[in-house]
Design a protein around this ligand. Structure first.
Ligand SMILES: [Zn+2]
Length: 285
């Protein structure tokens, strides 16, 4: 039962990290909402990554307590086919309405208000263990583990790792990479995360091949960006910048639509980066 959530934190992070899909449910005074409604109605509960941490002999969430009718599944193997968009490794955004079902009885405190203007993503698991699925860990473990790029060798090596990724990425977007140890910017391919077949948003890009998205707290140890410092010095500035930068282009005409960058965009990108450096707008990679 949800009364109020902490400022700057979202209750959905807790709901969506529940040990099973049957526990991904919450209520306000005005309504009730649950995720994975199809599984819920079929009486099936899928174990999540936090459920994997619960010892075998311990209770898994509260689904079993409410009713014994839930059939527990450790993964999607019970489908006896590929997972498709149910693959536990795929990221979902709370704005995708088909992953949840809401019942409201009081419009004043409607449960759907919780979803207003928030940016929360989740996935059920880091690995898929359904052997029928092309994203099964047996296949995925053959792929290169990306840890960010910095120099020209990385720029030469990473695109082939991206092309030969298994299963092949369905969508690739071109961006411009300003590697910390590079002598010039490069046009590079950026994969769109698995499971996204519509035009991608910024959240859908797997930028970790080029820049480390999730390790901002380590920024203090990231080396000086020699390329940007040199570009900046050419304009007579003494500004410096740490870490690498990946520039992505969105079009004005269709809001938020990401389009490929071209060599011609590079001058504009250089100008914008140097202006941002000058006004201290860029604070991280
Ligand atoms: Zn799968």
């Amino acid at each position: 039962m949800l009364s109020a959530s902490h400022k700057d934190q979202n209750i959905l992070h807790i709901i969506l990290n529940a040990p099973t899909t049957a526990n991904m449910l919450f209520m306000t005074t005005g309504g009730l909402c649950y995720f994975y409604p199809n599984f819920y109605h079929a009486g099936i509960a899928i174990q999540s990554h936090s459920g994997n941490l619960v010892p075998y002999d311990k209770k898994l969430g509260c689904a079993g307590e409410v009713t014994d009718e839930f059939e527990m599944q450790r993964d999607m193997s019970f489908l006896n086919r590929t997972c498709d968009d149910l693959c536990p490794t795929f990221w979902h955004h709370v704005q995708e309405k088909h992953w949840r079902l809401s019942v409201n009885w009081n419009v004043e405190d409607s449960v759907t208000k919780v979803f207003h203007d928030i940016d929360v993503e989740w996935r059920l698991n880091r690995e898929c263990t359904n052997s029928e699925c092309p994203h099964c860990f047996m296949v995925m473990s053959q792929n290169f583990e990306c840890a960010g790029a910095s120099n020209r060798d990385d720029v030469k090596f990473l695109p082939s790792e991206i092309w030969y990724h298994k299963p092949p990425f369905v969508q690739l977007i071109k961006g411009i990479f300003y590697g910390g140890q590079c002598h010039q910017p490069f046009l590079v391919p950026i994969p769109v995360k698995d499971g996204i077949d519509s035009p991608p948003t910024l959240d859908d890009l797997d930028i970790n091949y080029w820049v480390k998205q999730y390790k901002l707290y380590e920024c203090h140890s990231i080396a000086l960006n020699q390329l940007l410092s040199r570009m900046s010095s050419m304009t007579g500035s003494k500004e410096t910048f740490h870490g690498s930068i990946l520039v992505i282009k969105q079009t004005r005409h269709v809001p938020n639509l990401i389009v490929n960058m071209t060599k011609q965009d590079q001058l504009v990108a250089n100008f914008l980066i140097l202006s941002a450096l000058h006004y201290h707008i860029l604070t991280d990679a």
